[in-house]
Ligand binder design. Sequence first.
Ligand code: SF4
Ligand code: SF4
Length: 125
Amino acid sequence: MKKTRVGKMAACVLRHVFKKPATTRYPFVKSSSPKAFRGKIVFYPEKCVGCKMCMRDCPSGAIEIAQTGEKQFEATFDLSKCIYCAQCVDSCLKKALEFSGEFELARLDRRQCIVTFRAPHQKTP
Ligand code: SF4
Ligand code: SF4
């Protein structure tokens, strides 16, 4: 009985010695995120109409939409508050919000988690 077990174990070990590892060498080898992954939010100012539905529906108060000119809006996200629930993306009827595959969002300083998207012609301070 004992011999059979040892034999089975040895065969299993040998099989795995020649198998490709299941893990990757991240962060040395970058991997792409799966389809429909909810990473950092992207804002398209040219599509935004300033209805603020995203702001109202965000459960964690992570979005702020501000008017910067006639029919021009900018969006500020606090990624340290965001829970990546996708509610804002679903609420935006103009498709001005989208999730990207970006997931490396850890920062040492919370202030660096605040991201503002402006129209390309607007100045970034
Ligand atoms: S819901 Fe969409 S269109 Fe409305 S303010 Fe938010 S991003 Fe702009
Ligand atoms: S993903 Fe969820 S928590 Fe993050 S900004 Fe959108 S609604 Fe708010």
